[in-house]
Write a protein that binds this ligand. Structure first.
Ligand code: BGC
Length: 324
């Protein structure tokens, strides 16, 4: 009889351990890979992920890809060797998605991709993989609409055309491509004539945004009516140059970004930015964890249904308080 009880106890223990994924402390492990820690928006996103995952009892670790895809590939392999239960990956380069997808597929690890969207075809290779992000075109459209909502609809000097400079993120990233395209498309769709004075890549970086804007202000001066920035960090940099040049946002120049970083929200409230677009880091982190849990519960995804989008929201002086 004693023997039977002992065997049963051992069995219960084994089952309990198995239910915990074999980890002694019962916590499931999650590896999160960020393209680079030194990115203002991804820092907010990373903090949100950490809080949500820890709150839910996961053991989570983060890796800084330092904007180096080869380094991130190694980090993914290390996580696989360690046997993490799930991965959340912010790829360094979307062009590397094929390799990332095949690596996690071979390892059979449930994976959520975030922030840099690969093509549906690239994702279709693995059914335990999902992308969580936003519809980048929407943020561009909203930026254009912010300009159309100004009293002179972006044509400050009344010459019948909207003259702008475009400070672009890393053009390898679809967010940069679509924001650049759709911000201007919103203007032309509304029947406006536009003039692009300059387009340069600022790689999502505040200092580059500042330098590009300073050079353009020196070269084009009052001709510039609108400064489009693919993100807020570059817009904050641009604002420093606008102020240094003695220009005044919303009076003789318009400035828009994307993300709704805290610093940008303050500038929208102060009238130093025309507007921004909420890139909902907390909403995306929440959705990413939700999707990860579905995958851990055994969900699989059909090709063409592997992208989950969180909506963008326009932020103006009228509603900025709701986001601060
Ligand atoms: C954000 C940028 C960020 C980039 C990183 C974009 O969605 O708007 O601020 O630098 O993602 O991939």
């Amino acid at each position: 009889m004693k023997k039977v009880v002992a065997i049963m106890l051992a069995l219960v223990l084994v089952l309990a351990l198995a239910a915990c994924g074999g980890k002694d402390d019962g916590k499931k492990t999650v590896g999160v890979l960020i393209y680079k820690f030194d990115d203002a928006f991804m820092t907010t996103y990373r903090n949100a992920l950490k809080e949500i995952l820890e709150e839910k009892g996961y053991e989570v670790t983060f890796q800084d890809g330092n904007n180096d895809q080869a380094k991130q590939n190694e980090q993914i392999n290390n996580y696989i060797t360690q046997g993490v239960d799930a991965l959340i990956i912010n790829p360094v380069m979307t062009s590397a998605a094929d390799q990332i997808v095949s690596t996690v597929k071979n390892a059979g690890i449930p994976t959520v991709l975030i922030n840099r969207e690969p093509t549906a075809e690239q994702m279709s290779a693995y059914d335990k993989l999902v992308y969580v992000g936003c519809d980048a075109a929407q943020s561009g459209t909203f930026q254009g609409e912010l300009i159309l909502d100004t009293p002179n609809q972006g044509d400050i000097n009344g010459d019948g055309k909207i003259s702008y400079i475009m400070i672009q993120g890393d053009p390898e990233n679809i967010d940069a491509q679509l924001r650049t395209e759709y911000s201007v498309k919103a203007l032309t769709d509304a029947g406006k004539t536009v003039e692009q004075l300059d387009l340069q890549r600022g790689d999502w970086d505040r200092e580059k945004g500042q330098t590009i804007c300073a050079n353009d202000l020196a070269q084009y001066g009052d001709q510039i009516e609108v400064v489009f920035c693919n993100n807020d960090d570059m817009a904050i940099g641009a604002l420093q140059s606008i102020q240094a040049a003695g220009r005044k946002v919303n009076e003789d120049i318009y400035l828009v970004g994307v993300d709704a970083l805290e610093a940008a929200l303050n500038e929208v409230a102060n009238g130093n930015m025309t507007g921004t677009v909420l890139n909902d880091a907390v909403g995306q982190a929440t959705a990413a964890v939700e999707q990860m849990e579905k995958l851990l519960d055994g969900a699989t995804y059909k090709a063409g249904e592997q992208s989950v989008y969180v909506p963008y929201v326009k932020v103006t002086p009228d509603n900025v308080k709701d986001f601060q």
